[in-house]
Ligand binder design. Structure first.
Ligand code: HEM
Length: 455
């Protein structure tokens, strides 16, 4: 493991240092890692955090975020911690790889995310949303909205990326992902203090079994497809047909499974969480829900959503964007310095960890008026024009920007436009849900709601 070297910090304006007792950071990490971030990240530009003998830099200033994630991208890698936490599941697939190995994989699948191709996915997105709507119409006394959205986006990812597959059971996959992510808090704590990898922690056995299940299911799918001569032209075919431009070698089965698991997990869980938070917020803000319903009624006229309607729903999209501002599904970007550089007057040495705390940037006192208030008007074109492009980055930025950002946005708008006009969601709990960090931003307790058919 790389050891962090001391930071040669020449203080610059906007840089503050945050020191907190290790015990308090550990307690927060175990309870909810979101609260383990230094509180200064919500009001300062650069925060240097020293805990347990480690120093990390939180970058919260849009121009500096831009500089780090674009100009200095080549000096930054995904880092030891990310690979340690996610590596057992997704190996060195597109999300976790660096350098030439990353570039090859990105090129191999890029064609699958071009605009024209995404438009072709819209019927599958609408059909999955309609299936959810019918399920809710048939009886929806106490829905777990997070789970419902996972089911919907899972159907879509499997249909669009793998041409549908009976080999994957959504309930089991969802459970396996949750079991895998559950003990990540312990991994963060152990990493902070350089604890050895063999040290046990609660949930480790379950996490291992989940990875075994997920990788085995996808491995079976790869074997089936290799035996099946008929091309489908989907993500799996793209991976099977790709060759490393430097060596000419094809991907091994294990590397294909790394990527399938990356796409199945990154491609459905994040969007589902974004949607679950959106539905929660709309249930709290009926005036915005009414405006969205108006827009959908105007555009669809007969109430039936068709693919060509999706691009004509800017307010519905703005509601989803604003929900992801308050609750970004991937709330923290982590990088490790691989080649020294200077950022905002701070010299960063090899091994140091840099965070872009997206969730804090999205609620930053210097960047947003009334940062905690839900206001989709912030995403009207004229309001967005006045803002630094890097003040809002739910999909990240730079070369590692989310490859599925357009896919996810299109999908979310389609799902909202099918569900909202048909059913009104009533929260079943008066208690505000607490967002918690498990790599993604999940509600700590299930978001329970009742769906009532609209007259
Ligand atoms: C609302 C939904 C989504 C959110 C908020 C989201 C967020 C992100 C973020 C922040 C990153 C950058 C991570 C970093 O820089 O370290 C990322 C990368 C990635 N996302 Fe998404 N994502 C979403 C949906 C999707 C979908 C639908 C797919 C696939 C169909 C996908 C696949 C990926 C992949 C493969 C990467 C790694 C890209 C690379 O490193 O080249 N994501 N995502």
């Amino acid at each position: 493991m790389t050891t962090l070297t001391a930071l040669d910090a020449t203080a610059s304006s906007g840089l503050v240092e945050s020191r907190r007792p290790a015990l308090s950071v550990i307690a927060s990490l175990l309870r909810n890692p979101l609260q383990a971030m230094p509180p200064e990240v919500y009001r300062e530009k650069l925060v240097l955090a020293k805990t347990g003998g480690r120093t990390s830099l939180y970058v919260c200033d849009p121009p500096l975020i831009q500089e780090a994630l674009t100009k200095q991208a080549a000096c930054l890698g995904k880092g030891d911690l990310i690979r340690k936490v996610l590596g057992p599941a997704i190996g060195e697939g597109l999300l976790t790889a660096d350098g030439a190995h990353w570039r090859w994989q990105r090129q191999a699948v890029a064609a699958g995310f071009q605009h024209e191709r995404l438009l072709g996915f819209l019927p599958a997105m609408i059909a999955a949303a309609e299936a959810t709507r019918e399920r809710w119409r048939a009886g929806a006394a106490a829905l777990d909205i997070g789970h419902e959205m996972m089911r919907t986006t899972f159907d879509i990812i499997v249909e669009t990326m793998l041409s549908g597959s009976q080999a994957l059971d959504v309930g089991k996959v969802e459970r396996a992902i949750s079991d895998y992510l559950e003990p990540t808090n312990f991994m963060f704590v152990y990493n902070l203090f350089g604890a050895p990898d063999w040290l046990p922690y609660p949930g480790r056995g379950k996490a291992r079994a989940s990875v075994g299940y997920l990788r085995e299911s996808l491995g079976r799918l790869v074997a089936q497809r290799r035996a099946d001569a008929e091309p489908r032209g989907d993500l799996l075919d793209m991976l099977l047909g790709s060759a490393d431009p430097e060596t000419g070698r094809a991907m091994s089965d294990a590397e294909i499974v790394d990527n399938l698991l990356t796409f199945v997990t990154a491609g459905h869980e994040t969007t589902a969480l974004g949607l679950a938070w959106t539905l929660h917020l709309l249930a709290q803000h009926r005036e915005h829900e009414a405006a969205v319903l108006d827009e959908i009624a105007r555009v669809t006229s007969d109430g039936l959503l068709r693919p060509e309607h999706v691009a004509a729903l800017p307010l519905t999209r703005a509601v989803f964007q604003e929900a992801m501002r308050l609750y970004p599904p991937a709330p923290v970007i982590t990088r490790q310095v691989e080649a020294p550089f200077t950022l905002g007057g701070v010299s960063l040495k090899e091994g140091m960890v840099l965070y872009v705390p997206i969730q804090a940037v999205h609620r930053h006192a210097l960047l947003w008026e009334r940062p905690d208030v839900f206001d989709p008007g912030r995403f009207a074109p004229e309001a967005a024009r006045g803002r630094h492009r890097y003040a809002y980055l739910p999909f990240g930025a730079g070369p590692r920007i989310c490859i599925g950002s357009a896919f996810a946005t299109m999908e979310a708008v389609a799902i909202l436009a099918v569900l909202l006009p048909a059913l009104r969601l009533e929260p079943l709990s008066a208690v505000a849900p607490e967002p918690t960090l498990k790599i993604t931003l999940r509600p700590k307790q299930p978001l329970r709601m009742r769906a009532i058919a609209r007259g």
